[in-house]
Write a protein of this length. Structure first.
Length: 252
């Protein structure tokens, strides 16, 4: 999710404001990145397309065309050619829950809405109930709720949505990579825990692994299993205070 941006960015802000302060208000030692985090546009793109292909969600032909048509530098403003083959990929995937590909989908959700909440909007909130987004959309459009939040004071003529197409089209200042922030905080001794579930096709485990690999950190402990209630997970801690985990139980 987009927590992969605002959590490291907030952490960087806290770290920088603590520098030179003898007794900082926040005794900041580290942070846990939101699971399946958007980290680096290039590697997230590469990992996402690979995930779709290796999990049988798209055809060989579509996978090859995605690699040819899409410049991996930015997930926000893809080229027209990339968007066209992206639409083909989404059609091949069908009506799955893109955030948890093995769970039931929300039958109340239209095809158009399913397209909106998939790959190009990886920062949407996610949960176990596939219809959660519909509940929140209905709730936040209630006049009494908006009044309580002092929201929509200008009286906009359209409904609130969990992801604004207007914002998405005109958003220009989102950083393409969090890796420079990771480097800065790791060098300062800040502990970071990055983890990803293997059922998310929007910001998948493969993208996380490619992004972390781009940090070029040496590994101090080999990959090993750990168990929670007899279900297996896998974890590999790396040097310089970065821990990387894969949790197959996590459903995002």
């Amino acid at each position: 999710s987009y927590g992969g941006h605002y959590v490291p960015q907030l952490s960087q802000l806290v770290y920088r404001n603590n520098k030179g302060v003898r007794k900082p208000i926040l005794n900041f030692k580290g942070f846990m990145v939101v699971g399946n985090a958007v980290i680096d546009d290039y590697h997230d793109f590469v990992g996402t397309f690979e995930y779709w292909w290796t999990h049988g969600l798209i055809s060989d032909d579509t996978y090859q065309k995605l690699q040819l048509a899409c410049e991996f530098d930015s997930s926000e403003h893809a080229s027209e050619a990339c968007n066209k083959i992206y639409d083909v990929a989404e059609a091949e995937e069908g009506l799955i829950d893109a955030y948890s590909i093995y769970t039931p989908t929300c039958k109340k959700t239209s095809l158009h809405r399913r397209r909106q909440i998939k790959g190009r909007r990886p920062w949407l909130p996610r949960g176990y109930d596939p219809c959660t987004e519909q509940y929140s959309t209905k709730y936040y459009n209630l006049p009494e709720v908006q009044k309580a939040f002092r929201a929509n004071v200008t009286g906009i003529p359209y409904a609130w949505t969990s992801c604004s197409d207007v914002l998405f089209e005109y958003w220009k200042d989102s950083p393409r990579s969090m890796l420079p922030i990771y480097h800065e905080l790791i060098a300062a001794g800040i502990r970071i825990w990055v983890f990803s579930g293997d059922a998310d096709s929007v910001v998948p485990l493969t993208g996380t692994r490619y992004s972390i690999d781009a940090l070029y950190l040496p590994t101090v402990t080999n990959w090993y299993p750990w168990y929670d209630e007899e279900e297996g997970c896998w974890l590999v801690p790396s040097v310089q205070r970065l821990d990387v985990g894969d949790n197959p139980r996590r459903r995002t």
